[in-house]
Design a protein around this ligand. Structure first.
Ligand code: HEM
Length: 203
């Protein structure tokens, strides 16, 4: 019973904060980049034309949505730095790594790293493979996140449904360039201040 409780607790703590952190960063970037927001909203609404909601089977027809989530995970990885410790003296790519050394694995840098450009993941083979170092938000190596497949669907579906049902705008007087990307440190790296946007039901 203790093990079952620990596993359930692990799933909740690993799966909830990561997801809400990612979705808040994604909305932040979409509000800062109105063209991207429009392009994504158009994709979601074209694919679901005539339907009353987005369903899981619509997602495979939304490549731009997948690219937006990948870009967001790359630019604002919710869990960016996880330390590992060498348990014995070892050699990696010719470097000596002494037992007890803390090692951080970090992602490859892309061009224009500070720009939100989902297009870089369109028509690209880069995926959430834990050994593909261009995109490792779910960890690298053998001990990766076991929730990858579930997380991908939940993130895409949640974002698609928001854009299907609502129009989003900034508070009066706020311009896209006023939105900051300040980070607060914690287990996940969240926005320092909550994102404030107006969600109006789609007419
Ligand atoms: C945006 C969503 C998510 C991100 C970015 C994320 C990222 C990560 C990362 C980086 C790790 C550490 C992997 C390592 O040790 O190398 C991890 C572990 C874990 N994740 Fe996720 N995760 C997400 C969603 C989820 C979801 C939805 C679940 C389950 C429902 C989940 C369950 C877990 C569990 C149980 C672990 C611990 C595995 C272990 O102890 O080795 N994650 N996640």
């Amino acid at each position: 019973m203790d093990s079952i409780k620990a596993i359930i607790m692990d799933m909740f703590s690993a799966g909830t904060d990561t997801t809400s952190t990612l979705l808040e960063w994604t909305m932040n970037e979409l509000m800062r980049n109105p063209k991207t927001l429009r392009k994504l909203r158009d994709e979601v609404r074209q694919v679901t034309e005539g339907k009353s909601d987005v369903t899981e089977d619509d997602l495979e027809h939304m490549p731009y949505l997948a690219a937006v989530i990948k870009e967001s995970l790359w630019l604002h990885s919710p869990v960016p730095l996880l330390p590992r410790e060498a348990i014995k003296d070892t050699k990696v790519l010719g470097y000596n790594v002494a037992a007890g050394t803390q090692v951080f694995v970090y992602t490859t840098i892309w061009e224009d790293p500070e720009e939100f450009q989902p297009e870089r993941f369109l028509d690209s083979s880069v995926d959430y493979k834990v050994l593909h170092f261009g995109l490792i938000p779910f960890g690298a190596g053998r001990r990766g996140c076991p929730g990858i497949t579930f997380a991908k669907v939940v993130n895409e579906l949640a974002l698609a449904r928001m854009l299907f049902h609502f129009e989003f705008s900034l508070l009066n007087g706020t311009k896209p360039e006023d939105l900051d990307v300040d980070e607060a440190l914690g287990i996940t790296v969240r926005r320092k201040f909550p994102l404030l946007v107006v969600a109006s039901p789609r007419i």
